[in-house]
Design a protein around this ligand. Structure first.
Ligand SMILES: NC(=O)c1ccc[n+]([C@@H]2O[C@H](COP(=O)([O-])OP(=O)(O)OC[C@H]3O[C@@H](n4cnc5c(N)ncnc54)[C@H](OP(=O)(O)O)[C@@H]3O)[C@@H](O)[C@H]2O)c1
Length: 337
């Protein structure tokens, strides 16, 4: 009988996540019931929102259940089907488990074609993180030619796309990231106009001032905390803050305060949060535009692929600390030849 390695949610973190919050289980591979398919998982996405799902509090997405297999966006191959809509050999993406093999309802996964370079793209540049950047700029940031757009966590899954879209729209684009290597990547490879390593900046205000000499018109906010406070002192009149995420706060037992909100009043700043899954009606438009940009070489995308499902907990913890360089993905098995 084929064995299935699963990562279970063992206990709820109150501060930083560590290995003790996960448990590895080895169980027999399950059989699909009527209306279900058995999927061999190939690539799995690790995302910061999963830290929120580890909390026991009301949120836009249901929490992970203790003792159960953790869930993630994944791409895989159907190896057995008990539903006429899918057949063995079909490639699908959907919310599956942190495991080698998942049983899913056939109507809960989407068939994908394999002609996109790598199947991992469905989890990054043609998937949720890239669509997050696209929706956030389209609906909230609305950058105009000549404006300054600043992106935090700019070498990450969302940030690298946000900056490149703003660049295509004729903006001055600046970004920050947590190492000199990441900062060099966003300038040299992605074409940002300015970049800095926020961990080595003596003053975030000075670093922002140098990177954004004309002030900030659009802030694509991925980190929150001290960075948001520093940005609030650099905003131009009618600036837009795209509140996409605040990862600096996710592992704190007590969130930090933000002191400089008063600058929003005189500058008439608009700050708006959003959740990408509320905008799935836009997915066809996003896919068409992003696939076109990708095929034309207008968007580059770095992935950070860790091998093996048993290494997913360490990769997840590492991503929350900035050890990933690009979109964090786990490769669970080989794509079909
Ligand atoms: N609203 C939505 O629907 C939506 C959807 C997807 C993602 N998000 C949010 O978007 C943000 C980026 O997500 P992602 O998937 O693109 O992740 P990511 O950037 O690929 O990975 C997370 C990165 O956050 C940075 N980071 C960690 N702690 C930090 C801190 N204290 N201060 C500053 N940066 C820190 C690290 O990069 P450095 O090395 O640069 O520190 C780390 O690599 C997150 O806040 C996430 O929650 C929102």
């Amino acid at each position: 009988m084929t064995e299935n390695t699963q990562i279970l949610f063992k206990s709820r973190p109150t501060g930083w996540v560590d290995a003790s919050h996960f448990e590895i289980a080895r169980v027999p591979m399950a059989e699909p019931a009527a209306g279900e398919v058995l999927v061999r998982n190939i690539f799995m996405s690790l995302d910061p929102y999963m830290r929120g799902r580890m909390r026991d509090q009301k949120s836009y997405t249901p929490g992970f259940e203790l003792g159960q297999v953790l869930q993630a966006g994944a791409v895989g191959e159907v190896i057995a089907s008990n539903d006429p809509s899918l057949a063995a050999g079909d490639l699908v993406e959907g919310r599956l488990g942190w495991e080698n093999f998942s049983v899913a309802r056939a109507d809960a996964v989407n068939k994908v074609d394999g002609n996109v370079g790598s199947l991992s793209h469905y989890l990054g540049v043609l998937g949720m993180p890239s669509m997050t950047a696209w929706v956030g700029l389209r609906n909230i940031g609305q950058p105009k030619e000549g404006e300054t757009v600043y992106v935090s966590a700019a070498s990450g899954a969302v940030g690298q796309v946000a900056g490149q879209i703003a660049k295509m729209q004729g903006c001055h684009v600046a970004g920050s990231a947590g190492s000199f290597e990441k900062a060099a990547y966003i300038m040299d490879e992605l074409g940002f106009d300015a970049a800095f390593n926020y961990k080595e900046a003596k003053s975030l205000g000075d670093a922002l001032g140098q990177a954004c000499p004309k002030g900030i018109d659009v802030y694509f906010e991925n980190v929150g905390g001290a960075m948001l406070d520093a940005v609030l002192l650099k905003v131009n009149p009618y600036a837009r803050i795209v509140a996409c995420g605040m990862i600096s706060q996710y592992n704190l037992a007590q969130p930090e305060g933000v002191k400089n909100l008063a600058t929003m009043v005189g500058n008439k700043v608009r700050m708006q949060g959003f959740i990408v899954s509320d905008h799935m009606d836009l997915k066809p438009e996003f896919m068409a535009e992003m696939s076109g940009w990708l095929a034309a070489g207008k968007i580059k995308y770095r992935e950070d692929i860790t091998q093996g499902i048993e290494n997913a907990p360490a990769a997840f913890i590492g991503m929350l600390k900035g050890e990933n360089f690009g979109k964090q993905i786990i490769q669970i098995s080989d794509p079909p030849a």
